[in-house]
Design a protein around this ligand. Sequence first.
Ligand code: 26Q
Length: 834
Amino acid sequence: MPKKPTKKTSPCALTELPALGLASKDVINGIRQHYSYTLGRDLPCDAPHYLYTALALTLRDRLMERWRNSKDAYRDASGRRAYYLSMEFLIGRSLGNAMLNLGMTGEVSKALYDMGLKLEDLVSEEQDAGLGNGGLGRLAACFMDSCATLQLPVMGYGLRYEYGMFRQSIDNGFQVENPDHWLRNGHPWELERPELTARIRFGGRTEIFRSRDGRDRVRWLDSNDVLAVPFDVPVPGYKNGTVNTLRLWKAAATDEFDLDEFNAGDYAESVASQNAAENITMVLYPNDANENGKELRLRQQYFLASASLQDVLRRWKSRYGKDFTEFAALNCFQLNDTHPSIAVAELMRLLVDENDLLWNDAWEITRNCMAYTNHTLLPEALERWSVPLFRQLLPRLLEIIFEINARFLGRVATHWPGETERLTRMSIIEEGPVQQVRMAYLAIVGSFSVNGVAELHSNLLKQGLFRDFYELWPEKFNNKTNGITPRRWLAWCNPGLSGLIDSAIGEDWRTDLSQLSRLKPLADDAAFRERWQAVRLANKEQMIAFKSELINLHMGPDALFDVQVKRIHEYKRQLLNILHVIHLYDRLKHGDSADITPRCVLIGGKAAPGYAMAKQIIKLINNVAQMVNVDPLSHGRLQVAFLPNYRVSAMEIICPAADLSEQISTAGKEASGTGNMKFMLNGAVTIGTLDGANIEIREEVGEDNFFLFGLTAEEVETTRPHYNPEAIIAADEDLSRVMRLLECGYFNQFEPGIFDGIIASIKNPHDPWMTAADFRSYLDAQHRAAVAFRDQDAWTRMSILNCAASGRFSSDRTIGEYNQDIWRLTPIVPKAVG
Ligand code: 26Q
């Protein structure tokens, strides 16, 4: 049985101090004290950055006491805990979130007003913490928010990259990547915990030896070690006194010099060579749909997995010593895609090599505490590592993976006697000129749960990618449709709409999003519709004002705001969007504009730096925008804009202002999507394919309130063998005209040939994304949307119904399901502060 924890008391403990106040006068005091004492600045306050930092520290102080109480409560409960392992946490800004979740928005605003300051000015001082690429990273951040709000004992583990996602600028229409040194002005939210530093090994060799108990054991020798230093970031729950922890690891050199260099007198070189260690957490890999096999990436993954597991084991052993019997009953690791999946092998190593467990006992523990979430069906995104690279970098882990695989294949051979092809297909080690470790298979074999992120996606995993594994272990497979946090994605980013919703149905939707369904009858209330429309118009004005710093939006808020913001990828088909724009422009050029709906098309997103086709698409969007926007024919009818440097804080302004949400991926390719949910929650209507969570969105809102187009996932596959885009183009007058404009170089008059790759991809019968196949159906859906928008009252009705139907897409619902089916944690209420 678990021992009772022994509580240590420190002479410095703050337990006896009175709680910090939450009133505006307390906020003013906090800001002044931090400004003068912590930051050492003098009044007058002319540097907004220091004011931002002073306010952030004031809020962090309030989080600190709740944080301590939460930790105490979790420790005292001695219950089961979960850990979310992710290479990415796309947090964005923290100030507004801390204020909102502490319930201090009103008092902080009052304090700043009294000091003659503007909240927006301080908020915009904060740099986004861009520690992620896109959907998967932002999902991790939304999940952390929901776990804290549901008071679940969940800790996030990630990496503290010095450089987050690059900042994108546009030069002559081309993407330019600029390094994002987001920590340059300090990061007031984090707390360094050097006392919890872990040691991570790389390289070296292994050796078998006979231990005193007569067992053959393995030791890892001559390794090059790196230190992992944790930085804790508080994750406040919504007005509930809970503060959970996101622990981000930073790499640091050990103090052990290279003795050869040192003794040769190369003191400076020896010290400098320590830098290599610190490179591990230097930069986030900015590609989100392509595995690239880089050694540094594997180092990062192992660094995260090992540091996090050692941290959990350290806590475990401080209480239970080397008794691991209850370990799997009390710990659960959720792997955010395969990126941290080397944790399966690392936990085996820690248990067997470092804590003397027998293989079978360790395996029983490991496969009962790991759970794996898959986020992609694209085969090119499935991680594989070359065996020689693996052996050189992590020799002991490779041995363990081979052992796991040998035992697993034995199991397969008994289940399907004589089926050698199945053994080849299912092996964790792929054979070929260079053997490869298939990380997804390691994750499946080493986990008790495997889930996809939307119903369609989870079904496709079972039928396709992981079919053999599903046949072997059907009970492991489950679905967890993604969600988003309604605190950031409505309460914080859309105060106008939040206030209106509050006045209609009260404030409880913030923690029970299903309440939004009570808005449904109000869609038939003309007075409510009018107020709804007024709020949305104001949001559009606000976005126009904000964006005019970057791009000049000359369209008024009455235009249809047609928005696609997400990573640039061929499967997401920004190309289809721009082909539609070209078509509208072509109509204007031919005087066919009588019934055109004024439309402002906004496209934003980053391309992976090495993804040439995605970069060409950005250039095409910019060139089309250039031509369209300067043409007097477009004035008041059509505008196209590429929004540079799309990121979390930009989405907070964009999603409250969108009318039409573009979710137009080739069916079967987008695992879920989460931007689609943010737009819906804020009252945008979706134009989309039957892909990912779009299917569930449409089911919730009803087919009348969703603009559907395109082939289904099944049709995509049956069409593929006889797909003939040239015939489709020839048979479609509108598409032919669009292609002719592209082919004659209309949009690249002084840049011959730059779009040849794009043109060829549309005409390629092997185009995996089948852009031409969906063109006609997309145009029709766009036309229906444009016609619908002209009846503003009917459109507003649809907008209300979309918001009202979005309750299911709260990450609270998603996390509730993770907890019910996988984590099985009991919520824990910390002691109240004060
Ligand atoms: C892998 C190896 C080496 C370097 C980078 C990577 C890498 C990094 C990030 C591969 C993939 C990603 C991110 C994937 C991602 O964001 N997927 C999205 O996840 C969302 C949350 O589940 C879904 O909604 C999206 O549909 C899915 O595309």
